[in-house]
Design a protein around this ligand. Structure first.
Ligand code: FEO
Length: 407
């Protein structure tokens, strides 16, 4: 398999995973890539690895440039298995005596996960530099972006930032660079990735962006090479600007109305709510959980100010799909969101109450009590739902939804 030249002496040598559809609970309809990079200098250096069992693809691409046994250094910017699982097999080809540079937390995580004695870990931290010849790598620890071990490597001579998970996206394509893919595709995939992977870590991401800006490093970056998706060589300002905006989690005048339904009563309620929200100038996204995955809901919610969650009551509980969504959203720890619960019922009607309580536990603000309708709505615009829609609209900021959010 062929490598892709990024610059003289810098190559992409990763693996393409067109078939993956589940990435720890995130539905990856567009597949993914595990990016690895080779720098050819006096010391030949591999940056990051790929998922277990994908080492033949990486080694095949490397072999088109150099014999893998000629690699001198390996850098592991991030220990999660999508970037380290193949490390033992790769080191068998490279040589177990060769150093694997990683953070202190990285060594712990790699040793515990790979369970491969004999790997020659060398720990590095912020401020450390590795000389490769005419090039060098400066390491910066970026804890919790995405894991405690995460770090980035910057080559100042080339202006290349190897950013591990940061600025990534789950997108498998034969194109490697941002300017080879339409903006609406990469903008959505980058947002979906951020919402589903990085939302819990917006505070450390904001601090990292600030530190990289203050140190002057970001201003020197000409190319960003992340561990997933496209290499940024033309839209750096755009993706860094998006991250700077996304970390703020600012609410917009947009609401996600998400629900499941048994006999279409809750479905009718959801439609009435979405319609009423629109009349108040709110961009409403109607998402039926029978047709929309929780990770698509998370992506829509990221750029919204409110979520209205609906479920019928079944056996005194909410629908399992709705419970699953709430569990997923609780883990993502969204900030600055408004919540509201609704649902139909036959006898007892606990579901909407349980949803309302769950949204409150997640610290969403609740401008209105839950709305419940027994059996089925008797009119197309039930009063309780009109009141709910107005309360949510009144609680949302007046600010319009920026056009680039309306993907
Ligand atoms: Fe792509 Fe946190 O691993």
């Amino acid at each position: 398999m062929e490598p892709v030249k990024i610059l003289d002496n810098v190559y992409w040598v990763g693996a393409l995973d067109y078939g993956i559809r589940d990435f720890h609970g995130y539905r990856t309809d567009s597949g993914s890539t595990y990016n690895a990079y080779l720098i050819v200098d006096e010391k030949i250096t591999l940056i990051d690895a790929v998922k277990k069992d994908m080492h033949p693809e990486l080694l095949s691409r490397v072999s088109r440039i150099v014999d893998p046994a000629r690699i001198d250094y390996v850098v592991s910017n991030h220990a999660e298995m999508d970037h380290s699982g193949a490390l033992p097999e790769i080191m068998r080809a490279v040589g177990f005596d060769k150093p694997v540079y990683c953070s202190k937390m990285g060594e712990k995580a790699l040793a515990a996960q790979l369970q491969t004695p004999g790997l020659n870990y060398k720990t590095v931290g912020t401020g450390d530099t590795l000389k490769l010849g005419k090039y060098s790598l400066n390491f910066v620890e970026t804890r919790m972006v995405h894991w405690p071990d995460s770090m980035v490597s910057f080559c100042p001579e080339l202006g290349v930032l190897f950013s591990q998970d940061a600025f990534g996206m789950h997108l498998a394509t034969s194109r490697r660079f941002d300017d080879e893919v339409a903006e609406n595709v990469w903008a959505y995939e980058a947002l979906k990735y951020f919402a589903n992977i990085l939302t819990p870590f917006t505070t450390p991401i904001a601090k990292t962006l600030e530190a990289l800006t203050e140190s002057g490093l970001l201003a020197q970056v000409k190319i960003i090479c992340p561990d997933h998706g496209l290499i940024w060589r033309s839209n750096l300002g755009s993706i860094v600007g998006r991250y700077s905006r996304w970390v703020k989690q600012e609410p917009t005048r947009k609401a996600v109305v998400v629900y499941d339904s048994m006999w279409r009563s809750t479905d009718c309620m959801a439609r009435a709510l979405a319609d009423a929200l629109s009349t108040h100038g709110v961009l409403a996204r109607l998402m039926d959980l029978k047709k929309n995955h929780r990770s698509d809901v998370a992506a829509e919610l990221y750029t919204a100010g409110a979520i209205l969650v609906g479920s019928p009551t079944i056996n005194n509980e909410m629908y399992p799909t709705v419970a699953e969504l709430l569990c997923y959203l609780r883990g993502l720890k969204f900030q600055n969101k408004i919540g509201a619960a609704f649902g139909s019922y036959g006898w007892s009607g606990e579901a909407a109450k349980h949803i309302q309580a769950a949204l409150g536990d997640m610290k969403y603000s609740l401008p209105t009590p839950e709305a419940r309708i027994q059996w089925a709505p008797k009119e197309t615009s039930p009063e309780a739902l009109m009141v709910m829609a107005k309360a949510v609209a009144d609680a949302l900021p007046e600010k319009r939804v920026p056009p680039d959010f309306d993907l």
